[in-house]
Design a protein around this ligand. Structure first.
Ligand SMILES: Cc1cc2nc3c(=O)[nH]c(=O)nc-3n(C[C@H](O)[C@H](O)[C@H](O)COP(=O)(O)OP(=O)(O)OC[C@H]3O[C@@H](n4cnc5c(N)ncnc54)[C@H](O)[C@@H]3O)c2cc1C
Length: 388
């Protein structure tokens, strides 16, 4: 098919191998269950996570020292994200969700902490994990978080509430961001590892969502949770930097996931435009439809170029907040536009739940919101241009 694919000419043999693995997994294991999982709304399909674990797709990014695949480069993560999200964004992100939790542990965790909380993620039935920053009153302005961490004789006591936490209630382990100095902004933000079974931890009901329903989101309540000192991750007051570094990587991966959704929409719409006829010819031969497909293809390719550039830049050791923000901004808006365009191309059938494109449109919208809205990405890019 003459549509752009993810086959960049400059991938290594190892990257091509894992791309082929993820592509086949998405085709054989994710696509067939995507609609059913979406309809059932608040149920995470753990069976498919275990199948992914069996072929290494849940742990390829974890360090070898804890049993992972040791493929820690951001670009390979992008390649896998695109393929899995092509299958279904919710399921794809569920499969790779360990990467979001693991990032701060890899960056600032001790060897003991990595052994304790990362090694189980490399097993055949890996526990789910989560990362919690957002609160009911604080999302974009993460430095203003109010969940408090107070020092005790044996460690810390956490008190507060998080919201919209992916894998909430199902995850065994959580990286939770709290402040040791409320009201001081980013200077107080500190990271902790909290376990599901810790006394004082509880969860809200799964939130009912527009899209990406394969991942459960809940509130997390922290009611005077006493933690031993070894739950502190990194240094006191340095958590904000860990969070921002985590976002640099995860936003590039999110951009790659958005490209996967957009590619699915383009492929489906192109096929439909070849077969559906109106006014005596395939609709793709009507210029308005053909041009829409051309715009989809162009935006997808541009999004991938930006995303892979940001990934390669981060892999080269550069500090990439603005490049990551550009990739996320452009790719997520491209995905929203391309999935809208696919619905439009299918006409009335695009609006039907019997066809997959309306789901992709719902799934794509989240990419413009989570891990920093499009406004926040523009803010980061603007600051990189003109300073604060
Ligand atoms: C399905 C889902 C899963 C999620 N998973 C997680 C998770 O696992 N962990 C986690 O911690 N969080 C998670 N989130 C939360 C998500 O990251 C936040 O919703 C997001 O960062 C926006 O925060 P907010 O909802 O509080 O919006 P607000 O910060 O209240 O923003 C509201 C509006 O104001 C705009 N705005 C705010 N500040 C500015 C500004 N300075 N300039 C211009 N515009 C601005 C925003 O762009 C937005 O349009 C998830 C959210 C969803 C929907």
């Amino acid at each position: 098919m003459a549509t752009p694919t993810a086959d960049s000419p400059d991938l290594t043999d190892e990257q091509r191998e894992i791309q082929a693995l993820a592509r086949e997994f998405a085709r054989a294991e994710i696509r067939p269950i995507a609609a059913e999982v979406d309809e059932s709304d608040v149920v995470s399909p753990l069976e498919v996570v275990h199948k992914a674990a069996a072929v290494g797709l849940t742990s390829f990014m974890l360090p070898e020292e804890v049993g992972g695949g040791g493929i820690g480069d951001v670009l390979t993560g992008c390649i896998v994200q695109e393929e899995l999200n092509w299958g279904c964004a919710g399921i794809g992100n569920l499969i790779t969700s360990a990467g979001f939790f693991a990032r701060p542990l890899i960056e600032v965790g001790t060897a003991e902490q990595r052994e304790r909380w990362l090694r189980p993620l490399s097993g055949p039935t890996p526990p789910l994990t989560a990362l919690a920053s957002t609160e009911p009153g604080v999302g974009s302005d993460a430095a203003a978080m109010t969940t408090a961490a107070t020092r005790t004789d044996s460690g810390y006591r956490l008190h507060g509430q998080k919201t919209w936490i992916s894998n909430g209630g199902l995850a065994e382990y959580y990286v939770i961001f709290a402040t040791v100095a409320p009201g001081t902004g980013s200077r107080g933000v500190t990271a902790f590892v909290v376990e599901k079974g810790d006394a004082g931890v509880s969860f809200g009901e799964p939130m009912r969502k527009h899209g990406q329903r394969a991942i459960v989101s809940t509130e997390v309540f922290l009611q005077d949770v006493d933690l031993p000192a070894d739950r502190l991750l990194g240094e006191e007051g340095k958590g904000f930097y860990s969070l921002m570094h985590t976002f640099d990587e995860s936003r590039i991966h999110l951009a790659a996931g958005a490209i996967g959704i957009a590619r699915a929409a383009l492929e489906y719409a192109t096929e439909y435009a070849r077969e559906r006829t109106a006014f005596g010819k395939p609709i793709g031969h009507h210029q308005a439809v053909g041009f829409r497909l051309a715009d989809m293809a162009t935006r997808i390719d541009a999004a991938r170029l930006l995303t892979h550039r940001a990934a390669r830049s981060m892999d080269a050791g550069r500090h990439v907040p603005a490049e990551a923000a550009m990739a996320k901004l452009f790719a997520s808006e491209a995905a929203t536009w391309c999935t809208w365009a696919a619905v439009q191309t299918l006409g009335g059938w695009g609006y039907s739940r019997e066809y997959p494109v309306e789901k992709w449109m719902r799934d794509a919208k989240l990419e413009e919101i989570e891990e920093g809205t499009s406004d926040i990405q523009r803010l980061i890019i603007a600051r990189s241009l003109i300073g604060r």
